[in-house]
Ligand binder design. Structure first.
Ligand SMILES: CC(C)(COP(=O)(O)OP(=O)(O)OC[C@H]1O[C@@H](n2cnc3c(N)ncnc32)[C@H](O)[C@@H]1OP(=O)(O)O)[C@@H](O)C(=O)NCCC(=O)NCCS
Length: 186
């Protein structure tokens, strides 16, 4: 908890808001250089409500909620959710988004830190796939203690995620897989 937001498990009532939050958060990519934007697929897949319902039911989805202030009700401004991957002995971070007006205030870092505490309590690692060069992707995760994986340590599950993303039109070289070890101090 900080002075302006707190993190809690998402409820099924939150699910309806989350695809729009994810879509809005993605507008930050428009600030990337043109040559990067030209490499993106025309249609970028977003999580639908069912995607969130599933992770919420598994208690693997958390939201950041801005506290009520000046007559405004509390508002969900960020989300992180994960999948348990038994063969990797790790939670795979399937989504992390912060609403545009709430970005740059430490909420994304707090959501990752929350997920790291959760994984550490369970004694397992975290993994994800992301853009290698986008400042708020791999460089940000690196600053949270994640390391980029390269063959042969990319697991079949992560290799499958990268191939799936390539099949949606993302350039394989633009994407990378990363892992955070629970044994690392946070
Ligand atoms: C990634 C994301 C969730 C970060 O949320 P956030 O609340 O804005 O992040 P924070 O304020 O905690 O900042 C975390 C770090 O990200 C980086 N970062 C965030 N916004 C940035 C920007 N506009 N430009 C460059 N770096 C940025 C910085 O390294 C920052 O650390 P610092 O503040 O110590 O310098 C948010 O940018 C987002 O929703 N992006 C679109 C979706 C996305 O890329 N999700 C991750 C997919 S793998």
């Amino acid at each position: 908890m900080t002075d302006h937001f707190s993190i809690r498990l998402a409820t099924q009532e939150d699910a309806a808001l989350l695809p729009q939050l994810e879509d809005d958060a993605g507008s930050l990519f428009a600030t990337m250089p043109l040559d990067f934007l030209q490499r993106l697929p025309a249609e970028i897949p977003f999580g639908d409500v069912a995607f969130y319902h599933q992770r919420i039911a598994q208690q693997l989805c958390w939201v950041a909620q801005r506290h009520a202030s000046k007559g405004q009700s509390p508002q969900v401004v960020g989300v992180i959710c994960a999948d348990w991957v038994l063969e990797d002995k790790a939670y795979y971070i399937a989504e992390l988004s912060v609403a545009p007006l709430a970005q740059g205030q430490g909420i994304g870092r707090a959501l990752v830190s929350h997920m790291q505490c959760f994984a550490k309590e369970k004694g397992v690692d975290l993994t994800l796939t992301t853009f290698r060069e986008v400042p708020w992707n791999a460089p940000f995760y690196r600053s949270c203690g994640f390391v980029e994986l390269s063959a042969p340590v990319i697991t079949p599950f992560l290799e499958e995620r990268l191939s799936e993303q390539a099949s949606h039109g993302f350039l394989r070289d633009d994407r990378c897989a990363m892992r955070w070890s629970f044994a690392t101090s946070i």
